[in-house]
Design a protein around this ligand. Sequence first.
Ligand code: F6P
Ligand code: MG
Length: 448
Amino acid sequence: MATDSSPKKSLSCQPTDAEALRGTVKGSFAYFTLKDRVPTILVKAVNSLVQELRSHAPSGLAEVDAKRCISKISQLTYELQRDREISELEDSGNDSDVWNALIKEQTHPTWFATTWLFAECFVYRKLQEIFSLSDHWKGYDAFRTDKQASLMSSLSSINIIVAQLVVDKTPDCAIGAINERTAEFLMFSLWGNQADLSLFTNAPSTNSLHAESFVNLHSSKERLLVDDTISFIEHLRSGEKGRIDIVLDNAGLELFADLALAHWLLSTEQATSVVFHVKEFPWFVSDTTKSDFEWLLMTLEKHFESEQPAMLRLIAQWKGWLDNGQWKIQSHPFWTLPHSFWTLPRVAPDLYQEMAHSRCIVFKGDLNYRKAVSDSMWPTTSPLRDALGSLCQENTPALLFLRTCKSDPVVGLQSGQAEDLSAKASDWRTNGRYGMIQFQGLGAAIQF
Ligand code: F6P
Ligand code: MG
């Protein structure tokens, strides 16, 4: 992997004037996540293996192997809950050296004392290690069943999006109408981010939350804390048309809404191609892997068969774009490392240079936002550009963040806005009801 694993430099890219979040702060969302949410997620992973054994009755050896995985997951949960030292990886992944160098450089390498970002990301990398060291469960996705069930429970929201794609999609309709529709597709993609299976660990689905946002896009505007839609549209309209990158987040409904946005931008000639960035292994429960992407196309095609020709035409067109290269699915180990995006140009220069060709990089979801602002408690009125630190360099394209708020970091608010929100709901930063459409145009590097 073309990354710079130099221990001194790798995690040192934290903002100086904003504190990184840690699980040691009792009562914080980070503390609650490590204490309760992550252990619940690990229990789900165990249950999925148990279910697999029950329903597929694999060979004796595979069963023994699965039990070994279950015991390792239980051990991981035990060590996390008791705030033990984080142990190095023993597999031979292309990123293992990077992770181990990061562990070695930590002064307090326990689960709660390290940064929240590192600890939470490492949980998913440890799961990956457990399965990769097994004989029969390599590549196993313990969250696949949940991801698939979540897509099937979102079909009504998917139908709403499809209906919008079918109406007025010709490129020759008036610019004003196209802009209005672009704004709507941004909203679908944004509110699709409520469908994140890692936040709602106790709920069977997030249906009610996103259905509310999808059915009435207009009223969901009131829950937008920042809305830079116009700056994004103006950026697309100015200069030469080009490629858009979407750093995907969750599979299922959110992925479908992202594909719809990509479809809209391409078919209205606001973009010439779209690159989708997926995760290399199961990540934060519901993040999209290449196989989730392929499964979505296959399932919708099968599910709708001949009864919904509009959906079938859509899927055929998307497959055509994947075949002719106008759509590309790409992955890179950087997306499953715990680094702040401040380090992207230095830690993954190959990826950074490649993405520099984009007209705009769209970052989806809460975790990408946390990484972009170095997962720190910035004052809420800090300008976005300050919080993006060294991600903004000379070659950095325009950036767009579509994120529903599910963690503490928030920047770019007006003065007094955070206070008003706190008066309405003390958990406004984390309850998933509020959204942000935040745009950073092109700009020269800032010196830190
Ligand atoms: O648990 C941490 C966290 O970043 C939450 O803030 C959020 O619920 C989840 O993980 C991931 O959210 P998303 O799928 O939007 O990145
Ligand atoms: Mg996610």
